[in-house]
Design a protein around this ligand. Sequence first.
Ligand code: NAP
Ligand code: HSE
Length: 439
Amino acid sequence: MSGGPVNIGLCGLGTVGQGVWKHLQGARAELGTRLGRPIVVKRIAVRSLTKARGVRVPASRLTTDALSVATDPQIPIVCELMGGTGIAREVTLAALRQGKAVISANKALICSHGAEIFAAARRHGGQFFFEASVAGGIPIIKALREGLVANRFPRIYGILNGTCNYILTQMEAQGAPYAQVLAEAKRLGYAEADEALDVEGWDTAHKAAILAWLAHGAWVNTRQMIVEGIDRLTPADLHNAATLGYRIKLLALITRDFDRNELSVRVHPTLLPVASVMAGVGGVFNAIAVSGDVVGTTLYTGRGAGQDATASAVISDIADAVSALSGGGAGRAAAAELPASPSRLRRSPPERIRCRYYLRLTVRDQPGVLARVASVMARHRVSIASVLQTPAERPGAASLVLTTHESDERSVGHALRVLGALKSVLERPLLLRIGDFAD
Ligand code: NAP
Ligand code: HSE
């Protein structure tokens, strides 16, 4: 080893923080050799000093004062692994204002305060690393910023939430109830502290916003995206999709029309052909297909959540930060300025979305209902491709599953509103998009 020890501070010792501690201790000798300097975890901030943990940490290194870790003059590298957008933001900004390196897994924070964070880093000579914020252990940030730097990106899409993919996979494979599988995902350390972020699609939207920023240089507000989660899906939907030759995945889709200079970022459950590579990605795994104008399509897959995969990404950032500190540069990931925001980049209007649709209606099981539904679809020029009818759980009701030929979001949206208001339609209709992508 050629240099003295580098002190790091951990703010947070939960699922991710404990993984970072465990693997930094386990690989101490190898990392020290590779980086030319040993890494020492000098101080760790937690909420509770007495909580039982899965790793043994000297009590003398623990504190409840995260800001004191961030501003400790002996700590040049701070890992923010607490989550949320309150104290996490304060810690991040305080460390960057002192010119430190901050490593973050916090996609919610980056999504809501990214512009402020990057500006603080630039202004004060700090560095902000965030590989663990998107797709767990998959080095997608490095891939976009370094390996694919020659490209423009007409389409990036993929599975970005391990919890949702785990839930969908278990529900389909075992017919297990949603609530039971969600509880398992929480126990395994995949879910956010507020699991609604996962199942309602917001965590995927945060990650999509980060990828869109990296690829297109613009922060897209999640309130301007279509964001739909998996919380309304039932085992019957997964079964119906399988009958039709599809598997349902929660996807983020980031598409750029370079001729019109329009960007679309959306998150929703999508039916994918069962034979596609993306449909075969199960459990906690994530997958991202990146289409570049120079390289063509590249595909990345790996564990998208959980202690070890996320620790792998955080430690990769620690290595970059140590390297930068030692004068070796930190790759473009850290060195790059905020991507230039493309001038007059517009949000793509929803009617540009053209695809086939899956529509589930719970209807009164009476003569004439199917004809009424078909007439509403026809009036809105949405052409029906197939109809499946199965008994619904409530007595006297049936579940009607329609698929459509290619249509557009506006026409289908209008038809859906009219259908939802029919007396014979008993519950809010469920609309899913069919993604006939080639990957
Ligand atoms: P977690 O298990 O809930 O851990 C949070 C940690 O932060 C706990 O150790 C907690 O202390 C500490 N903490 C919270 N508020 C604090 C405060 N005010 N002062 C000091 N310490 C405080 O969360 P996690 O799953 O590790 O996630 C951490 C971050 O990583 C989040 O931003 C999450 O989105 C992101 N992330 C998670 C995963 C994953 O698979 N879990 C993957 C990628 C990214 P106590 O232990 O004393 O309560
Ligand atoms: N809750 C997130 C997920 C953690 O399940 O993907 C990884 O970002």
